[in-house]
Ligand binder design. Sequence first.
Ligand SMILES: NC(=O)c1ccc[n+]([C@@H]2O[C@H](COP(=O)([O-])OP(=O)(O)OC[C@H]3O[C@@H](n4cnc5c(N)ncnc54)[C@H](OP(=O)(O)O)[C@@H]3O)[C@@H](O)[C@H]2O)c1
Length: 274
Amino acid sequence: MESTRIGFIGAGNMANSLIRGLLAKGVNNTSISAADIDSHKLEQLRRACKIHTSTSTEIVANCDVIVLAVKPQVMKAVCLDLAKALQGRKVLLISIAAGITLEHMQNWFGPESAIVRCMPNTPALVGKGATGLFANSQVNQAQRKLAADILSSVGLSLWVPNETDIDSVTALSGSGPAYFFLFMEAMQAAAQEMGLHQELARKLTYQTALGAAELAMRSEEDTADLRRNVTSPGGTTEQAIKQFTDGGLQKLVSKALHAARKRSVELASEFGKD
Ligand SMILES: NC(=O)c1ccc[n+]([C@@H]2O[C@H](COP(=O)([O-])OP(=O)(O)OC[C@H]3O[C@@H](n4cnc5c(N)ncnc54)[C@H](OP(=O)(O)O)[C@@H]3O)[C@@H](O)[C@H]2O)c1
């Protein structure tokens, strides 16, 4: 990755975390450039990360990899502009935009373009992201490695076998942090109802979530076993788990993820419209 010149179109939240992740991994700041229509945001990024701030035209002319980090709503206009400037120059395009399919991007950039589509999530901001990636057939092995290296700088990155899996990744890890936040919110509220001080409830909830995730990551047992291990017959956990299962938690979670997946498919057709 050392000699690769990486350009970001859009210097918002996700670009910021990816750039910081790359720098933390030892990528030279002179290899990274970014462009954004918001000059204030761009200047802040330049000061904080000492990277080269630039224009889309310069990025197109100088970079080997272009990360498309703008909102899905503006992707079409941004891609059409970049395609015009690229004039067929071969680069690796990496899109992190939700709901923009490879077919959309191939229509805008041309069928010969090498494109990786990914779905990261917000914990990328703290280096704990989870990203699913899918490449079109124009992407070679070296480019696949490059894309995975870039996304791995902010957490876990995994290739999915089919592009449609990206919709499931969106429903699982893309939107997933919000599900955990909701659950944590509910736990804190219940703890406060039982008389615990707000700050105490918050700290204990966060640490419990972190500890459970860390334990699951490190353990050779799956989460069902880990749950059973802490659920003694006649104990307190058993009482709580019974409330969750009687209330249909598993079915509700399944329904929620299916609804998110369906919305991801719908958004793809809305954003890609001509
Ligand atoms: N944040 C997440 O959790 C998350 C998770 C997964 C995927 N994603 C995807 O990541 C992408 C970026 O999200 P984000 O949260 O980083 O968005 P963001 O913070 O809004 O950053 C996007 C930046 O692009 C700028 N921009 C708009 N049009 C542009 C143009 N023509 N040329 C250059 N820059 C332009 C925006 O400026 P203005 O603000 O002035 O418009 C903004 O500074 C989105 O497509 C999103 O779907 C985000």
